[in-house]
Write a protein that binds this ligand. Sequence first.
Ligand code: FA5
Ligand code: MG
Length: 441
Amino acid sequence: MIQLASRRAAAHISQQWRCKNHLPHRKTAAAATFSTLKTTTPQACTPSLAPLGKYADPSRYLQPHPNNNITPHIASLVGRDLHLRPSHPIGIIRSKIQEYFASLSTSSTADGTTYKIFDAEDPIVTTQQCFDDLRIPPDHPGRAPSDTYYITDTKLLRTHTSAHQSQHLRSGVDAFLCCGDVYRRDEIDATHYPAFHQMEGVKLMSTEAMIGANGLNEEEWLQSPECQLIEADLKATLEGLMDHLFGPTKKRWNEDFFPFTQPSFELEIYHNDEWMEVLGCGVIHEQVLYLSNRSDRRGWAFGLGLERLAMILFKIPDIRLFWTEDERFHRQFKEGKIVEFQPYSKFPPVFKDIAFWTSDKHTTSDNFVENDFFDIVRSTAGDLVERIELIDSFTHPKTGRSSRCYRISYRSMDRNLTNEEIDELQFKVRDETSTLGCQLR
Ligand code: FA5
Ligand code: MG
């Protein structure tokens, strides 16, 4: 289903908490994106037939602030609340995870922890919540408008559910699960969508178990039995979750890096002959606890992607399907049941290439932001875009100008596309691309 090589490459791009080969951001590009796109009607944006949640109000997201880079397509996704629909695969997984954590407070091996549930928080958060409280510095690439949907300069659509960690810790909760939709400006293919769902879990250990942790310097803390106890508890809890969801399954731990946990790990599970990352986690960084007024405590946190799990468990081949309103999709799923998805159609794709110089003809200075281009395609063609691939790029030896060629694959999940309608979309994509300061070839 998901090719290892491409998944690896994709993971490299999308993992915003790691340093990555990051494209420079232009403030003006984000502003231009807003001002040019806000009047565009997304052609293929599926209207929602299901009841909408309380955050489904595009005017909350499409605001005339110079830093606003939210497109109508993104605004139309907020408040769909897939995780709260009991018979939607995302809702089914959410319940299964919550069921596992509830069982931990009663099973014979349990330590009696009760996890408080949060699953209806406002997806609009502040830069303080999403980044500063988590030690993500102002110049971190993950904060850049090329990667994040901003409403104003200090308000944004959360890029991860970790944005709620500090507020719950600060309010005195010791263990919780927090589920919601998150938004990232990202590449476009079968496993990446600009909106997806995460489940965050946090547990603080009992004060008695951490007595030896007092007065240690960082090095001593990382070597201490207390730190190792937290790591072991975290890993055992998450391995138990995977077994609860998948039955005994092959898994492996890799070291990872997050500014808000130390040490940090990712968990991969073996599926369809390849390893697939399902979550990031770690021992909560001392300073995050300090910033939440909880420096007397220690604990762990994790964040997992619900679509990744659902694609494996229900054998759903394309991440866009989660957002469809097609009855042929929804009637296959029932509350509490994991069943294999039966594809009801596979219509042929239509491919269109677009090539452009990433600067205008008078300059070689290149401010092209790839995610701005992806958003243009997504805003114009909505869920008809299946994938966008960079198929060629070069720098002209004499002029020094750079050129890129992308292949856009359009495919509907429900019907055959005509060449004429795709040509029309492609013309719009070309027009909009030239507003990014690119010269079409
Ligand atoms: C985070 O978002 C961290 N907040 C996780 C965390 C929480 C770490 C608490 C430590 C403590 P990351 O960007 O790796 O990390 O995303 C976490 C998971 O979300 C991934 O493992 C993956 O399952 C899912 N995910 C990430 N990007 C996408 C995407 N574009 N589409 C679908 N799922 C995604
Ligand atoms: Mg990751």
